[in-house]
Design a protein around this ligand. Structure first.
Ligand SMILES: Nc1ncnc2c1ncn2[C@@H]1O[C@H](COP(=O)(O)OP(=O)(O)O)[C@@H](O)[C@H]1O
Ligand SMILES: [Mg+2]
Length: 313
């Protein structure tokens, strides 16, 4: 196994290190530091709990002292790749893609629900602060660090107080999902049940159209119904009613680390303003209705047109 030739895939998105694939495509290798070791330990643990994740095959240190871990490949196309490949000139996702997202989501949800973790006081708030990057969001957007935002977040936490806590992914979305399971556990941690899977089709809207595809209201309804079913069957409780609280946290997550340090980068400035707009919209909807309808989010281009025409203050 050690004489494998490895092809570079990409640098890791949110950590030091990189991803490589074996010449025959059957294994993936990641390099990294302490964070990767923690990720591998977590992945080994949840594999033992029957989560749909790749089995770890090997770990060790390279000659120059870098930690690496090798896992099985779950296939050659993520659901994001499949979504893009299934487009037929337009932006509508194929139903078989959203139905596959639902099947994998239901499997992950059942595994999570079968291994509830006992919370300590503060676990839910730690999840909120970590998942929503709230410190960074308030640092970069001090005007949002106000009683109104905190009241909505507190309300979301109250609402989630009785939801079981489970081992979670925290970066769950089509690019990390394959029909055979879920990859890329670098952000792992404890989450309220449903936080990973419920928003998977909704978060596409936060990209403002840059993903190239969008889920229809009917696809999103069917997806949530499938997850509600899976939850009812395992916990006796539905979960889709918590989508709004989760999307409020996602609206913060997508606003994190967006403020450009270089004010001359007008492209970055626009994206930051776009995410601020989505947060404001999400917050307002959540306050008024207890949920967030991502179908009401503008695309980035639409927002930019309105912005330059002066529609947006
Ligand atoms: N076990 C695996 N099975 C199939 N594809 C994988 C696997 N691990 C990684 N990949 C592919 O490599 C890409 C990058 O890996 P990932 O861990 O998601 O990196 P990043 O942290 O940068 O998102 C994935 O999007 C996927 O295409
Ligand atoms: Mg990834």
């Amino acid at each position: 196994m050690n004489d494998d030739t490895w092809r570079f895939v990409k640098k890791r998105t949110a950590a030091d290190g990189a991803v490589y694939v074996s010449a025959d495509g059957t294994r993936y290798r990641r390099t990294g530091g302490a964070e990767l070791r923690a990720e591998a330990a977590f992945q080994r643990r949840i594999a033992d709990l029957d989560y749909p994740v790749p089995q770890l095959l090997e770990e060790g240190f390279t000659d120059d002292g870098h930690y690496y871990v090798v896992e099985e490949s779950l296939g050659d196309q993520t659901l994001h790749d499949r979504a893009v490949a299934s487009l037929d000139g337009g932006r509508a996702l194929a139903d078989d893609v959203t139905d596959t997202v639902a099947q994998v989501g239901a499997r992950l949800l059942r595994a999570q629900a079968a291994h509830v973790v006992q919370p300590t006081p503060g676990t839910l708030r730690q999840w909120l602060e970590g998942a929503g990057f709230t410190r960074n969001v308030f640092q970069e957007n001090p005007d949002l660090d106000n009683t109104r935002t905190h009241a909505a977040l507190d309300q979301a936490l109250d609402r989630l107080a009785t939801v079981p806590l489970v081992r979670g992914h925290l970066d769950y979305g089509l690019p990390n999902v394959l029909p055979a399971g879920v990859i890329d556990w670098q952000h792992h941690g404890l989450v309220p049940l449903g936080y990973d899977v419920l928003p998977a089709l909704e978060i596409i809207a936060f990209k403002g159209g840059n993903k190239g595809y969008i889920a229809s209201p009917g696809q999103r309804r069917r997806y949530l119904a499938a997850l509600d079913d899976a939850s009812l069957n395992t916990t006796g409780q539905p979960i889709a009613q918590n989508l709004g609280a989760y999307l409020l946290v996602k609206a913060m997550f997508f606003l994190a680390l967006m403020r450009p340090t270089d004010p001359s980068r007008t492209d970055k400035y626009l994206k930051w303003q776009f995410r601020r707009h989505l947060f404001a919209k999400g917050l307002e909807q959540y306050e008024r209705t207890g949920t967030v309808d991502t179908a009401l989010f503008p695309g980035l281009e639409e927002f930019a047109a309105g912005h330059s025409a002066g529609d947006h203050p």
